[in-house]
Write a protein that binds this ligand. Sequence first.
Ligand code: NAI
Ligand code: MG
Length: 378
Amino acid sequence: MTKKFKIAYMPGDGIGQDVLEASKLVLEKADFNAELIPLDIGFTIFEKEGDPLPERTIEALKECDAALFGAITSKPRSDPSVQSVEKKFGTTYRSPIVRLRQVFDLYSNMRPSKSYEGNPLNFRKIDGTVPNIDIVTFRENTEGLYAGIEFESLIPELKKLPNFASFQKRTGAKDEDIRVSCRVFSKGGCDRIIRKAFDYAKETGRNKVCVVHKANVIRATDGLFLETAKNIAGEYPNVEWWNENIDATAMWLMKRPEEYSVIVSSNMFGDIITDQAAMLTSGLGFAASASTSKDFGVFEPNHGSAPKYAGQDKVNPIAALKSMSLMWEWLGLTNLSEKLEKAIGQNVIEAKVRTYDMGGNSSTTEVAKDIARIFESL
Ligand code: NAI
Ligand code: MG
């Protein structure tokens, strides 16, 4: 008997529902012994209960091996619907995704960006050639500018700093006109994400890592990131590595994306370059991610809830299916993961059943059914 996995099923809001429903069509065809556990997360549940990530969801997740997640709707604090719910329940809205990452210490956000043969959305260089892109980015997922250490009014300690005093003098900004978001890195935080990227490069035979930072300007935090990378790289003599400033990476990704293989970066930089890499490899309909700790993982498409398409059975399910493939890979079920990757590739090449973003007019369900059919035949 193979192990029976407990998989959390969290569609969330909007098209999160459409794409996870479609993923089930492939799941049903897989030799995967699993119980799906539906759990609440997102804006709809926030409106009902005042919390977008209820305690019962967190408790249930602790009993699961992994989670499939769709997408959620997030609205700014100034949005009247946020304000009325906050007033009704006496709570403050906090992103359930950021909270999930922090509660479960999902420090590694892995995002593959791969071009599929025959995809009309593949990036074309100015000379007309279509580069073969296959990049896997490891983005630190719990620290840095997204850690939520922010001040909307000035703290007295800050005013005592000489650098801050000169900033205020130079800009003439009054105390009440200043807001602060802190970029906090820890040595352990840098160490584990960089190690993860080097381990992956070694284990997959990619043997090539680019470390992305801005250490010449953001000296304290990115200085630590780069220094840590230099130390770790010494332990991997067979992995070729180099480092780049984030702005240079943004440029070279457009010019010669085929030269990157594994990239590792901090939270915000990793977020930005993976969106860029996603557009070079067919956009949000294809972008998936694995957010993992040592012993738990959340697998999700990178896109949001796209409210204008919600419930229309219209959007591309491939990003959600790729997330499921990443889940299988992480669970050690590489045969399932590779089979699904192949099925997606074949659907793209066959060019018959495609959603609107790829120039087709098939529905979410039709594309998922087609991929499930190919999957079953492999
Ligand atoms: P979005 O990713 O939801 O949609 C932007 C546009 O991308 C869509 O209008 C659509 O044209 C296209 N698109 C997205 N997914 C697609 C798919 N599977 N197939 C084909 N086309 C697709 O981003 P947007 O509009 O900025 O945000 C909508 C809501 O989603 C917001 O409330 C935002 O906060 C939230 N969001 C949630 C995320 C998450 O749950 N991880 C990530 C990004 C945004
Ligand atoms: Mg993003």
